[in-house]
Write a new protein. Structure first.
Length: 185
């Protein structure tokens, strides 16, 4: 399978070119924003206050980081379960978020927002945080340092490996996989 190389920030044209099942290598800036961070970002939007990063074209990574060893940019950097952020994702997409990286299923509302807002959901391999960390070449906390592992960080990534799970055309790799498996059993 050929790997599609994509660069952030994402454009509508790039998002439209992606299909469920595509392997991608992401280069550019990705923002770590999980659990408490999306709650705070939505509160800023609702109050009309500026966000700590430009949301237009942005990709967020729902990541569970571990402390960096001396000389390393980051420790293990595996995905966390995306469903915990589903209540906040549609509003963030309406304000320009184009991509999310995590693991696990998304709600019907998130999948509809992906179609409506031309956005994409990528899966990173759970349990491979040490390997994924090798693609992170820069790491700077830019907001909410008091949240520790849930702070917003600006991550510079180079050829970060992911798979398109939900595309903006309604494709769903998890559903397609279940259907293929059901036909063979």
């Amino acid at each position: 399978m050929a790997v599609k190389k994509i660069t952030t920030p994402l454009t509508d044209d790039v998002v439209r070119s992606l299909r469920a099942g595509d392997a991608v290598a992401i280069t550019g800036v990705v923002y770590q924003a999980r659990d408490a961070a999306p709650i705070r970002l939505v509160a800023l939007i609702e109050s009309g206050e500026p966000l700590p990063f430009e949301l237009q074209g942005a990709v967020v990574y729902y990541m569970g980081p571990s402390p960096a060893k001396p000389g390393s940019v980051i420790g293990s950097a595996g995905p966390t379960t995306s469903g915990r952020m589903d209540a906040y994702a549609p509003l963030l997409m309406r304000h320009g978020l184009k991509g999310m990286i995590g693991k696990g299923l998304r709600t019907t509302e998130v999948k509809q927002a992906l179609r409506d807002e031309t956005a994409v959901y990528f899966a990173a391999t759970g349990g491979a945080g040490a390997l994924l960390a090798k693609s992170i070449v820069g790491n700077e906390v830019i907001a909410y340092p008091e949240l520790g592992a849930e702070a917003v960080a600006r991550l510079e990534v180079r050829d970060f490996p992911a798979i398109v799970v939900n595309d903006c055309h309604g494709g769903d790799l998890y559903e397609e996989g279940r259907q293929r498996y059901a036909k063979t059993v």
